[in-house]
Write a protein that binds this ligand. Structure first.
Ligand code: BES
Ligand code: MN
Ligand code: MN
Length: 462
Protein backbone atom coordinates (compact mmCIF):
# COMPACT_ATOMS: atom_id res chain seq x y z
CA UNK A 1 0.00 0.00 0.00
CA UNK A 2 1.44 3.33 -1.07
CA UNK A 3 1.09 6.61 0.84
CA UNK A 4 -0.63 9.51 -0.90
CA UNK A 5 2.63 11.47 -0.85
CA UNK A 6 4.61 8.82 -2.67
CA UNK A 7 1.71 8.20 -5.09
CA UNK A 8 1.74 11.91 -5.97
CA UNK A 9 5.51 11.84 -6.40
CA UNK A 10 5.28 8.92 -8.83
CA UNK A 11 2.38 10.38 -10.81
CA UNK A 12 2.67 14.16 -10.67
CA UNK A 13 3.65 14.68 -14.31
CA UNK A 14 0.67 12.66 -15.43
CA UNK A 15 -1.61 14.53 -12.98
CA UNK A 16 -0.45 17.82 -14.50
CA UNK A 17 -0.71 16.66 -18.10
CA UNK A 18 -4.23 15.32 -17.62
CA UNK A 19 -5.34 18.64 -16.15
CA UNK A 20 -3.65 20.51 -18.99
CA UNK A 21 -5.64 18.42 -21.51
CA UNK A 22 -8.86 19.33 -19.73
CA UNK A 23 -7.90 23.02 -19.71
CA UNK A 24 -7.43 23.01 -23.48
CA UNK A 25 -11.19 22.58 -23.89
CA UNK A 26 -12.98 25.97 -24.06
CA UNK A 27 -16.05 25.02 -22.01
CA UNK A 28 -17.52 28.54 -21.86
CA UNK A 29 -21.09 28.06 -20.68
CA UNK A 30 -22.13 31.70 -21.24
CA UNK A 31 -21.39 31.67 -24.98
CA UNK A 32 -23.50 29.34 -27.17
CA UNK A 33 -20.77 29.33 -29.83
CA UNK A 34 -18.88 26.92 -27.53
CA UNK A 35 -21.72 24.44 -27.08
CA UNK A 36 -19.82 21.58 -28.74
CA UNK A 37 -16.77 22.19 -26.54
CA UNK A 38 -18.84 22.28 -23.36
CA UNK A 39 -20.42 18.93 -24.28
CA UNK A 40 -17.02 17.41 -25.12
CA UNK A 41 -15.71 18.55 -21.74
CA UNK A 42 -18.56 16.72 -20.00
CA UNK A 43 -17.51 13.54 -21.84
CA UNK A 44 -13.88 14.05 -20.80
CA UNK A 45 -14.92 14.45 -17.16
CA UNK A 46 -17.02 11.29 -17.42
CA UNK A 47 -14.07 9.32 -18.79
CA UNK A 48 -11.78 10.63 -16.04
CA UNK A 49 -14.20 9.49 -13.33
CA UNK A 50 -14.41 6.02 -14.90
CA UNK A 51 -10.63 5.79 -14.94
CA UNK A 52 -10.49 6.97 -11.33
CA UNK A 53 -12.39 3.86 -10.27
CA UNK A 54 -16.01 5.00 -10.04
CA UNK A 55 -18.43 2.12 -10.63
CA UNK A 56 -21.28 3.91 -12.17
CA UNK A 57 -20.73 7.03 -14.27
CA UNK A 58 -23.40 8.74 -16.32
CA UNK A 59 -24.14 11.89 -18.23
CA UNK A 60 -27.41 13.29 -16.91
CA UNK A 61 -29.12 15.47 -19.50
CA UNK A 62 -30.81 18.68 -18.39
CA UNK A 63 -32.60 21.48 -20.22
CA UNK A 64 -29.11 23.01 -20.51
CA UNK A 65 -25.66 21.47 -20.19
CA UNK A 66 -25.39 17.97 -18.71
CA UNK A 67 -24.40 17.00 -15.21
CA UNK A 68 -21.74 14.32 -14.87
CA UNK A 69 -22.72 11.94 -12.10
CA UNK A 70 -20.60 9.13 -10.71
CA UNK A 71 -20.54 6.96 -7.64
CA UNK A 72 -18.76 4.20 -5.83
CA UNK A 73 -20.83 2.59 -3.10
CA UNK A 74 -18.72 0.19 -1.07
CA UNK A 75 -21.02 -0.41 1.91
CA UNK A 76 -24.47 1.02 2.54
CA UNK A 77 -23.70 1.30 6.26
CA UNK A 78 -20.75 3.61 5.71
CA UNK A 79 -21.08 7.37 5.27
CA UNK A 80 -21.35 8.95 1.82
CA UNK A 81 -19.39 11.99 0.62
CA UNK A 82 -20.92 13.92 -2.28
CA UNK A 83 -18.34 15.90 -4.28
CA UNK A 84 -19.61 18.88 -6.26
CA UNK A 85 -17.63 20.86 -8.84
CA UNK A 86 -18.07 22.52 -12.22
CA UNK A 87 -16.46 21.90 -15.60
CA UNK A 88 -17.66 25.12 -17.24
CA UNK A 89 -15.54 28.29 -17.24
CA UNK A 90 -15.98 32.03 -17.57
CA UNK A 91 -15.48 33.76 -20.94
CA UNK A 92 -11.77 34.63 -21.27
CA UNK A 93 -12.11 38.18 -22.63
CA UNK A 94 -10.40 40.62 -22.87
CA UNK A 95 -8.10 38.33 -24.84
CA UNK A 96 -5.37 40.89 -25.47
CA UNK A 97 -4.57 41.06 -21.75
CA UNK A 98 -3.57 37.38 -21.59
CA UNK A 99 0.18 36.76 -21.67
CA UNK A 100 -0.46 33.32 -23.17
CA UNK A 101 -3.67 32.17 -24.87
CA UNK A 102 -6.38 31.15 -22.34
CA UNK A 103 -6.90 27.66 -23.76
CA UNK A 104 -3.22 26.85 -24.39
CA UNK A 105 -2.07 26.09 -20.83
CA UNK A 106 1.52 26.90 -19.86
CA UNK A 107 3.38 26.46 -16.56
CA UNK A 108 5.15 29.60 -15.38
CA UNK A 109 6.77 30.60 -12.08
CA UNK A 110 5.38 33.58 -10.16
CA UNK A 111 6.36 35.31 -6.93
CA UNK A 112 3.64 33.45 -5.01
CA UNK A 113 4.11 30.22 -6.95
CA UNK A 114 7.87 29.63 -7.06
CA UNK A 115 7.29 26.00 -8.08
CA UNK A 116 5.17 27.12 -11.05
CA UNK A 117 1.52 27.73 -11.80
CA UNK A 118 -0.66 26.53 -14.68
CA UNK A 119 -1.97 29.52 -16.64
CA UNK A 120 -5.30 28.89 -18.39
CA UNK A 121 -8.97 29.84 -18.10
CA UNK A 122 -10.48 27.46 -15.54
CA UNK A 123 -7.10 26.44 -14.06
CA UNK A 124 -8.29 27.37 -10.56
CA UNK A 125 -12.03 27.98 -11.15
CA UNK A 126 -12.87 25.19 -11.21
CA UNK A 127 -11.26 22.55 -13.42
CA UNK A 128 -8.03 22.38 -11.43
CA UNK A 129 -9.78 22.21 -8.09
CA UNK A 130 -12.43 19.78 -9.33
CA UNK A 131 -9.77 17.52 -10.84
CA UNK A 132 -7.93 17.29 -7.49
CA UNK A 133 -10.93 15.26 -6.32
CA UNK A 134 -10.77 12.97 -9.34
CA UNK A 135 -7.07 12.28 -8.67
CA UNK A 136 -7.64 11.81 -4.93
CA UNK A 137 -10.33 9.27 -5.86
CA UNK A 138 -7.90 7.52 -8.20
CA UNK A 139 -5.39 7.21 -5.36
CA UNK A 140 -7.96 5.86 -2.92
CA UNK A 141 -9.39 3.23 -5.26
CA UNK A 142 -6.01 2.14 -6.65
CA UNK A 143 -4.57 1.69 -3.16
CA UNK A 144 -7.53 0.25 -1.35
CA UNK A 145 -7.76 3.42 0.75
CA UNK A 146 -11.36 4.43 0.08
CA UNK A 147 -12.97 4.37 3.53
CA UNK A 148 -16.58 5.28 2.60
CA UNK A 149 -19.01 5.78 -0.27
CA UNK A 150 -18.51 8.55 -2.80
CA UNK A 151 -20.78 10.36 -5.23
CA UNK A 152 -19.64 12.97 -7.76
CA UNK A 153 -21.85 15.64 -9.29
CA UNK A 154 -19.93 17.85 -11.71
CA UNK A 155 -22.05 20.43 -13.53
CA UNK A 156 -21.58 22.61 -16.60
CA UNK A 157 -23.61 25.70 -15.72
CA UNK A 158 -22.18 27.07 -12.46
CA UNK A 159 -20.85 30.19 -14.14
CA UNK A 160 -24.31 30.98 -15.51
CA UNK A 161 -26.32 30.42 -12.34
CA UNK A 162 -26.87 26.62 -12.01
CA UNK A 163 -30.53 26.96 -12.99
CA UNK A 164 -30.91 23.41 -14.32
CA UNK A 165 -28.91 21.90 -11.49
CA UNK A 166 -31.48 23.09 -8.98
CA UNK A 167 -34.21 21.16 -10.83
CA UNK A 168 -31.93 18.10 -10.93
CA UNK A 169 -31.30 18.31 -7.18
CA UNK A 170 -34.99 18.75 -6.40
CA UNK A 171 -35.89 15.69 -8.51
CA UNK A 172 -33.11 13.39 -7.30
CA UNK A 173 -33.09 13.40 -3.50
CA UNK A 174 -32.56 9.64 -3.24
CA UNK A 175 -29.79 9.46 -5.82
CA UNK A 176 -27.92 12.38 -4.23
CA UNK A 177 -28.46 11.29 -0.60
CA UNK A 178 -25.25 11.93 1.34
CA UNK A 179 -23.77 12.67 4.75
CA UNK A 180 -21.62 15.60 3.71
CA UNK A 181 -21.02 17.65 0.57
CA UNK A 182 -17.41 18.44 -0.29
CA UNK A 183 -16.48 21.28 -2.65
CA UNK A 184 -13.19 22.79 -3.76
CA UNK A 185 -14.22 25.97 -5.58
CA UNK A 186 -13.04 28.66 -3.16
CA UNK A 187 -9.70 29.96 -1.91
CA UNK A 188 -7.31 29.89 1.01
CA UNK A 189 -5.79 32.84 2.87
CA UNK A 190 -2.17 32.09 1.86
CA UNK A 191 -0.08 29.01 1.00
CA UNK A 192 1.09 28.80 4.61
CA UNK A 193 -2.31 29.75 6.07
CA UNK A 194 -4.79 26.96 5.31
CA UNK A 195 -8.41 28.01 5.67
CA UNK A 196 -11.86 26.51 5.39
CA UNK A 197 -14.54 28.70 3.84
CA UNK A 198 -17.51 28.90 6.21
CA UNK A 199 -19.58 31.49 4.36
CA UNK A 200 -20.51 32.52 0.85
CA UNK A 201 -22.46 35.56 -0.25
CA UNK A 202 -25.73 35.36 -2.11
CA UNK A 203 -26.37 37.17 -5.35
CA UNK A 204 -28.99 39.11 -7.25
CA UNK A 205 -28.06 40.00 -10.81
CA UNK A 206 -30.14 42.43 -12.85
CA UNK A 207 -29.96 44.32 -16.12
CA UNK A 208 -31.41 47.80 -16.52
CA UNK A 209 -32.41 49.71 -19.61
CA UNK A 210 -33.17 53.44 -19.76
CA UNK A 211 -34.97 54.74 -22.84
CA UNK A 212 -35.26 58.43 -23.69
CA UNK A 213 -36.20 59.77 -27.15
CA UNK A 214 -37.35 57.33 -29.83
CA UNK A 215 -34.05 57.63 -31.80
CA UNK A 216 -30.47 58.78 -31.41
CA UNK A 217 -30.42 62.58 -31.69
CA UNK A 218 -28.01 65.36 -32.70
CA UNK A 219 -26.57 66.45 -29.35
CA UNK A 220 -26.49 70.09 -30.45
CA UNK A 221 -30.00 70.35 -31.81
CA UNK A 222 -31.59 68.49 -28.89
CA UNK A 223 -28.95 68.68 -26.14
CA UNK A 224 -30.26 70.32 -22.98
CA UNK A 225 -33.90 69.96 -23.99
CA UNK A 226 -34.51 66.21 -23.60
CA UNK A 227 -33.40 63.65 -21.04
CA UNK A 228 -30.13 62.00 -22.06
CA UNK A 229 -30.52 58.32 -21.05
CA UNK A 230 -26.81 57.95 -20.28
CA UNK A 231 -26.74 61.04 -18.05
CA UNK A 232 -29.90 59.83 -16.33
CA UNK A 233 -28.71 56.25 -15.90
CA UNK A 234 -25.38 57.28 -14.37
CA UNK A 235 -27.14 59.69 -12.00
CA UNK A 236 -29.59 56.98 -10.95
CA UNK A 237 -26.74 54.51 -10.37
CA UNK A 238 -24.75 57.08 -8.40
CA UNK A 239 -27.73 57.63 -6.12
CA UNK A 240 -27.77 53.94 -5.10
CA UNK A 241 -24.98 54.66 -2.55
CA UNK A 242 -24.94 57.49 -0.01
CA UNK A 243 -21.90 59.45 1.20
CA UNK A 244 -21.02 56.59 3.59
CA UNK A 245 -21.29 54.05 0.81
CA UNK A 246 -24.41 52.56 2.31
CA UNK A 247 -26.89 51.26 -0.24
CA UNK A 248 -29.95 53.51 -0.44
CA UNK A 249 -32.58 51.00 -1.61
CA UNK A 250 -35.34 51.07 1.05
CA UNK A 251 -35.47 47.77 2.97
CA UNK A 252 -32.16 46.52 1.55
CA UNK A 253 -30.55 46.01 4.97
CA UNK A 254 -33.67 44.85 6.83
CA UNK A 255 -32.62 41.19 7.07
CA UNK A 256 -28.86 41.71 7.28
CA UNK A 257 -27.52 40.04 10.36
CA UNK A 258 -25.17 42.21 12.39
CA UNK A 259 -22.26 40.26 13.77
CA UNK A 260 -21.45 40.61 17.46
CA UNK A 261 -18.29 42.44 18.53
CA UNK A 262 -16.85 39.05 19.54
CA UNK A 263 -17.46 37.59 16.10
CA UNK A 264 -15.94 40.65 14.43
CA UNK A 265 -12.91 40.47 16.73
CA UNK A 266 -12.51 36.77 15.83
CA UNK A 267 -12.61 37.62 12.12
CA UNK A 268 -10.04 40.37 12.56
CA UNK A 269 -7.52 37.78 13.77
CA UNK A 270 -7.11 36.35 10.26
CA UNK A 271 -3.77 37.48 8.88
CA UNK A 272 -4.22 40.41 6.49
CA UNK A 273 -1.95 43.20 5.31
CA UNK A 274 -3.71 46.26 3.96
CA UNK A 275 -0.45 47.48 2.45
CA UNK A 276 0.11 44.21 0.56
CA UNK A 277 -3.53 44.22 -0.54
CA UNK A 278 -3.26 47.73 -1.99
CA UNK A 279 0.08 46.94 -3.60
CA UNK A 280 -1.25 43.79 -5.27
CA UNK A 281 -3.97 45.89 -6.95
CA UNK A 282 -1.90 49.05 -7.61
CA UNK A 283 -4.32 51.23 -5.67
CA UNK A 284 -3.39 53.90 -3.15
CA UNK A 285 -6.49 53.54 -0.99
CA UNK A 286 -9.29 51.09 -0.37
CA UNK A 287 -12.90 52.19 -0.73
CA UNK A 288 -16.12 50.97 0.81
CA UNK A 289 -18.83 51.10 3.41
CA UNK A 290 -18.02 53.33 6.39
CA UNK A 291 -17.55 51.54 9.68
CA UNK A 292 -16.26 48.23 8.28
CA UNK A 293 -12.83 46.78 7.59
CA UNK A 294 -11.78 45.55 4.15
CA UNK A 295 -12.26 41.92 5.18
CA UNK A 296 -15.73 42.73 6.49
CA UNK A 297 -16.68 44.74 3.43
CA UNK A 298 -15.97 41.80 1.15
CA UNK A 299 -17.52 39.03 3.20
CA UNK A 300 -20.15 39.88 5.84
CA UNK A 301 -21.59 43.00 4.21
CA UNK A 302 -23.85 43.19 1.16
CA UNK A 303 -22.79 45.24 -1.87
CA UNK A 304 -24.07 46.69 -5.13
CA UNK A 305 -21.77 46.93 -8.15
CA UNK A 306 -22.14 47.89 -11.78
CA UNK A 307 -20.57 45.08 -13.83
CA UNK A 308 -21.00 46.68 -17.22
CA UNK A 309 -22.47 49.87 -18.68
CA UNK A 310 -22.98 50.87 -22.28
CA UNK A 311 -24.79 53.12 -24.69
CA UNK A 312 -24.11 55.87 -27.21
CA UNK A 313 -21.01 56.22 -29.34
CA UNK A 314 -17.89 54.33 -28.23
CA UNK A 315 -16.09 54.00 -31.57
CA UNK A 316 -13.02 55.86 -32.80
CA UNK A 317 -13.02 59.64 -32.75
CA UNK A 318 -16.01 61.71 -31.67
CA UNK A 319 -19.64 61.60 -32.68
CA UNK A 320 -22.06 64.20 -31.33
CA UNK A 321 -25.07 62.20 -30.32
CA UNK A 322 -27.64 61.71 -27.59
CA UNK A 323 -28.37 58.00 -27.47
CA UNK A 324 -31.91 56.75 -27.33
CA UNK A 325 -30.97 54.03 -24.82
CA UNK A 326 -28.49 53.29 -22.06
CA UNK A 327 -27.90 50.00 -20.26
CA UNK A 328 -26.14 48.53 -17.24
CA UNK A 329 -25.64 45.15 -15.62
CA UNK A 330 -25.73 45.29 -11.84
CA UNK A 331 -24.88 42.66 -9.24
CA UNK A 332 -25.80 42.73 -5.59
CA UNK A 333 -23.82 40.44 -3.28
CA UNK A 334 -26.01 39.41 -0.39
CA UNK A 335 -25.42 38.00 3.06
CA UNK A 336 -27.28 35.14 4.76
CA UNK A 337 -30.97 35.87 5.57
CA UNK A 338 -31.33 38.38 2.75
CA UNK A 339 -33.75 36.70 0.32
CA UNK A 340 -32.39 37.19 -3.17
CA UNK A 341 -35.79 37.30 -4.88
CA UNK A 342 -37.04 39.87 -2.38
CA UNK A 343 -33.92 42.00 -2.93
CA UNK A 344 -34.45 41.79 -6.68
CA UNK A 345 -38.01 43.11 -6.18
CA UNK A 346 -36.82 45.90 -3.86
CA UNK A 347 -34.25 46.93 -6.45
CA UNK A 348 -36.80 46.94 -9.26
CA UNK A 349 -39.37 48.97 -7.33
CA UNK A 350 -36.78 51.50 -6.16
CA UNK A 351 -35.02 51.84 -9.50
CA UNK A 352 -38.28 52.43 -11.33
CA UNK A 353 -39.36 54.95 -8.69
CA UNK A 354 -36.27 57.15 -9.05
CA UNK A 355 -36.55 57.48 -12.82
CA UNK A 356 -37.19 61.12 -13.75
CA UNK A 357 -39.96 62.12 -16.16
CA UNK A 358 -38.80 61.90 -19.72
CA UNK A 359 -37.34 58.39 -19.62
CA UNK A 360 -38.69 54.86 -19.36
CA UNK A 361 -36.90 52.31 -17.20
CA UNK A 362 -36.92 48.53 -17.59
CA UNK A 363 -35.38 46.19 -15.00
CA UNK A 364 -34.78 42.58 -16.05
CA UNK A 365 -33.67 40.09 -13.37
CA UNK A 366 -31.02 37.57 -14.51
CA UNK A 367 -30.28 35.07 -11.78
CA UNK A 368 -29.47 34.86 -8.12
CA UNK A 369 -29.04 32.68 -5.11
CA UNK A 370 -28.91 32.62 -1.36
CA UNK A 371 -25.85 33.20 0.81
CA UNK A 372 -24.51 30.47 3.06
CA UNK A 373 -22.92 30.12 6.50
CA UNK A 374 -21.92 26.88 8.12
CA UNK A 375 -20.87 26.16 11.73
CA UNK A 376 -17.37 25.08 12.71
CA UNK A 377 -18.50 22.30 15.02
CA UNK A 378 -19.97 19.95 12.39
CA UNK A 379 -18.38 16.53 11.72
CA UNK A 380 -17.42 17.68 8.25
CA UNK A 381 -15.66 20.80 9.50
CA UNK A 382 -13.77 18.79 12.12
CA UNK A 383 -12.71 16.19 9.54
CA UNK A 384 -11.51 18.91 7.17
CA UNK A 385 -9.64 20.64 9.97
CA UNK A 386 -7.82 17.42 10.89
CA UNK A 387 -7.01 16.76 7.23
CA UNK A 388 -5.32 20.17 6.89
CA UNK A 389 -3.44 19.61 10.14
CA UNK A 390 -1.99 16.44 8.61
CA UNK A 391 -0.80 18.01 5.38
CA UNK A 392 -0.04 21.62 6.39
CA UNK A 393 1.00 20.99 9.99
CA UNK A 394 -1.38 23.79 11.03
CA UNK A 395 -4.98 24.19 12.11
CA UNK A 396 -6.94 25.92 9.35
CA UNK A 397 -8.69 29.24 9.95
CA UNK A 398 -12.43 29.58 9.22
CA UNK A 399 -13.02 32.30 6.64
CA UNK A 400 -16.17 33.84 5.20
CA UNK A 401 -15.72 34.50 1.50
CA UNK A 402 -17.24 37.22 -0.64
CA UNK A 403 -17.84 34.99 -3.66
CA UNK A 404 -21.00 33.04 -4.40
CA UNK A 405 -21.83 29.44 -5.18
CA UNK A 406 -25.61 29.88 -5.14
CA UNK A 407 -26.36 26.17 -5.33
CA UNK A 408 -24.80 25.50 -1.89
CA UNK A 409 -27.73 26.82 0.13
CA UNK A 410 -30.12 24.86 -2.09
CA UNK A 411 -28.12 21.68 -1.35
CA UNK A 412 -28.64 22.21 2.34
CA UNK A 413 -32.35 22.94 1.91
CA UNK A 414 -33.04 19.98 -0.38
CA UNK A 415 -30.54 17.36 0.74
CA UNK A 416 -30.31 18.35 4.41
CA UNK A 417 -26.56 18.03 4.64
CA UNK A 418 -23.74 20.46 5.35
CA UNK A 419 -21.30 21.62 2.72
CA UNK A 420 -17.58 21.76 3.49
CA UNK A 421 -15.64 24.19 1.30
CA UNK A 422 -12.00 23.12 1.07
CA UNK A 423 -10.50 25.65 -1.33
CA UNK A 424 -6.87 25.63 -2.44
CA UNK A 425 -6.77 28.70 -4.71
CA UNK A 426 -5.33 32.11 -3.82
CA UNK A 427 -7.13 35.44 -4.34
CA UNK A 428 -4.22 36.41 -6.58
CA UNK A 429 -4.87 33.44 -8.91
CA UNK A 430 -6.96 35.81 -11.06
CA UNK A 431 -10.14 33.75 -11.42
CA UNK A 432 -12.53 35.38 -13.93
CA UNK A 433 -9.64 37.70 -14.94
CA UNK A 434 -7.03 37.49 -17.68
CA UNK A 435 -4.08 35.20 -16.79
CA UNK A 436 -6.00 32.95 -14.42
CA UNK A 437 -3.66 30.39 -12.90
CA UNK A 438 -3.44 27.67 -10.26
CA UNK A 439 -0.27 26.80 -8.35
CA UNK A 440 1.21 23.39 -9.06
CA UNK A 441 1.97 23.16 -5.34
CA UNK A 442 -1.67 24.02 -4.48
CA UNK A 443 -2.97 21.43 -6.95
CA UNK A 444 -0.83 18.66 -5.51
CA UNK A 445 -1.46 19.75 -1.92
CA UNK A 446 -5.18 19.52 -2.57
CA UNK A 447 -4.84 15.99 -3.93
CA UNK A 448 -2.81 15.11 -0.84
CA UNK A 449 -5.26 16.62 1.66
CA UNK A 450 -8.54 15.21 0.27
CA UNK A 451 -8.01 11.51 1.16
CA UNK A 452 -7.37 12.56 4.77
CA UNK A 453 -10.77 14.23 4.80
CA UNK A 454 -12.42 10.97 3.75
CA UNK A 455 -10.55 9.04 6.42
CA UNK A 456 -11.36 11.44 9.28
CA UNK A 457 -14.94 11.95 8.21
CA UNK A 458 -15.52 8.19 8.23
CA UNK A 459 -13.80 7.80 11.60
CA UNK A 460 -15.70 10.67 13.21
CA UNK A 461 -19.02 9.32 11.87
CA UNK A 462 -18.67 6.03 13.78
N1 BES B 1 -15.80 29.54 -7.65
C1 BES B 1 -16.52 30.76 -7.79
C2 BES B 1 -16.99 31.35 -6.47
C3 BES B 1 -15.95 31.64 -5.42
C4 BES B 1 -14.63 31.93 -5.75
C5 BES B 1 -16.34 31.64 -4.12
C6 BES B 1 -13.71 32.20 -4.74
C7 BES B 1 -15.43 31.93 -3.13
C8 BES B 1 -14.11 32.20 -3.44
C9 BES B 1 -17.71 30.52 -8.70
O1 BES B 1 -17.35 29.82 -9.86
C10 BES B 1 -18.26 31.83 -9.17
O2 BES B 1 -17.56 32.52 -9.86
N2 BES B 1 -19.50 32.16 -8.82
C11 BES B 1 -20.15 33.33 -9.34
C12 BES B 1 -21.62 33.24 -9.15
C13 BES B 1 -22.37 32.65 -10.31
C14 BES B 1 -23.86 32.71 -10.09
C15 BES B 1 -22.01 33.25 -11.64
C16 BES B 1 -19.68 34.56 -8.61
O3 BES B 1 -19.35 34.52 -7.41
O4 BES B 1 -19.66 35.60 -9.27
MN1 MN C 1 -16.18 28.19 -9.42
MN1 MN D 1 -16.41 31.30 -11.25
Amino acid sequence: MQSIQSYINDNKDRFLNELIDLLKMPSISADSAYKGDVLKTADAVKLSLEKAGCDHVEICETAGYPIVYAEKIIDKNLPTVLVYGHYDVQPPDPLDLWKSPPFEPVIQKTELHPEGAIFARGACDDKGQMYMHVKAMEYMTANNELPCNVKFMIEGEEEVGSVNLSTFVKNNHEKLKNDVILISDTGMIAPDVPSITTGLRGLSYVEVEVTGPNRDLHSGLYGGAVANPINVLTKMIASLHDENNHITIPGFYDKVENLSDEERAEMAKAPFSLEAYKKSLDIDAVYGEAGYSTNERNSIRPTLDVNGIWGGYTGEGAKTVIASKAYAKISMRLVPHQEWEEITDLFKTHFESIAPDGVKVKVTPHHGGQGYVTPIDSLGYKAASKAYEQTFGKTPIPQRSGGSIPIVSLFEEELKSKTILMGFGLDSDAIHSPNEHFGVWNYLKGIETIPHFYKYFTELSK
